[in-house]
Design a binder for this molecule. Structure first.
Ligand SMILES: [Ca+2]
Length: 188
């Protein structure tokens, strides 16, 4: 079943059961996430899909590299639209996913797309956007302190570009990195 077939504001009981199995979330949370999804999927076009423009509105930010990466990570079938299945798959990883799943998905967000490795530049750009989204951290991390933080991060693995195994090692030492992506369902 393609997620694109789900339109409108209600999920069928059979769909809820299927999504509950897929995402190991409660019915209430799935409905909450679906309501949130529906609000945005009808904004520009009522097609039950979220396109890039609607996605920027959903995040309530102007287009930037972080939003672009999040959108690409969610868009599993690469049709430049997010269906509900893709949306739920992504969000559930940060609510009920394993640490390994969270490490895998955040690695994708931090990497330089061409090299498929984390470079100083790719990490700097994404971290800057993340900190701008976190109120308490925005003033704390200017470009200078961010540069130092990233230098320290690279020193942990003593390499110029960070591959997946090295990233895992970094997360073991700094698990708080994953909390930046934590999704508070109550805010949906
Ligand atoms: Ca898609």
């Amino acid at each position: 079943m393609g997620g694109g077939s789900i339109t409108g504001n209600s999920l069928k009981q059979s769909e809820i059961i299927q999504f509950r199995r897929m995402a190991s979330l409660s019915n209430d949370i799935i409905l909450k996430i679906h309501n949130h999804f529906s609000k945005f999927s009808v904004m520009k076009r009522d097609d039950g899909l979220i396109d890039y423009e609607e996605f920027c509105t959903l995040i309530n930010r102007k287009e930037n590299i972080l939003i672009f990466k999040l959108f690409n990570c969610m868009d599993l079938n690469k049709d430049k639209k997010i269906n509900f299945r893709e949306f739920l798959t992504f969000i559930s990883k940060f609510i009920s996913g394993t640490k390994e799943e969270q490490i895998r998905i955040t690695y994708k967000i931090f990497t330089d797309e061409e090299k498929n490795l984390i470079t100083f530049e790719s990490l700097f750009k994404i971290m800057k956007e993340i900190f701008q989204n976190i109120k308490d951290l925005e003033d704390f991390f200017d470009d200078y302190s961010l540069t130092n933080l990233i230098k320290e991060t690279f020193q942990i693995v003593q390499s110029q570009e960070i591959n997946y195994d090295e990233y895992k090692l970094i997360i073991e030492k700094n698990p708080s990195i994953l909390y930046w992506f934590k999704i508070n369902v109550n805010n949906l």
